[in-house]
Design a protein around this ligand. Sequence first.
Ligand code: ADP
Ligand code: AMP
Length: 214
Amino acid sequence: MALFGPPGVGKGTQAARLRDAEGVAHISTGDALRKAVAEGTETGLKAKSYMDRGELVPDEVVIAIAKESLQREGKNGFILDGFPRTVAQAEALDKVLDEIGAPLQVVVNLQAPEDELVRRLSGRRLCSKCGAGYHVESMPSAVEGKCDACGAETVQREDDKPEAIRNRLQVYEAKTAPVIDYYAHKSILRNVDASGPVDEVLRKIESALKSIGD
Ligand code: ADP
Ligand code: AMP
């Protein structure tokens, strides 16, 4: 399955819960790119300036990452988070999934009002070591600035600062929202209201997943 939706709507948060509940792989191109940046790989060097500005990383770079992750970890089920983000990526994904014989069965489109997205993005904090996600108001760590899981420092992403947030929301509308139609035409799109608390959204996603094939 794929979790779709604008920046900050809760894709990573819900993907982590679904991964734990269902034992499938969580494939996040954003996480993979941040790892590449931290490790200073060639891909990371190419991607960093796009990411810091809130622009999309070029399709060929991201498609290669997603393809490699799917081939390596996707055999027993997967949750895509933050991929595809353009129609070209959606087409490339179909090809890869055909090759591994695991066509996409459902795309869950998470939706929340823009002021809630801005609130979630501006308060987001990530563990600098293990990547666990927090929010200063809705999901604070037990000790401010420290990760509950590993004790390392929590930090704000460069692209969660106001100017990059504004740009990411515009890029989403211009380049990513058209992917919704791509999946609506295939009748595998399920819209889910993601404006409520995390557990409530999880229940709504699970009931949308049960409706596959209806
Ligand atoms: P995305 O992966 O879609 O960009 P995240 O899962 O990282 O979004 O969530 C963005 C921020 O909002 C994080 O700080 C997260 O803790 C918080 N968050 C996620 N879901 C909810 C929710 N249902 N209610 C309140 N805050 C949430
Ligand atoms: P995310 O963690 O999903 O919010 O992604 C963070 C940033 O990584 C995005 O703003 C883009 O710069 C880049 N990125 C992640 N996934 C993709 C993708 N599928 N296509 C293009 N850029 C991506």
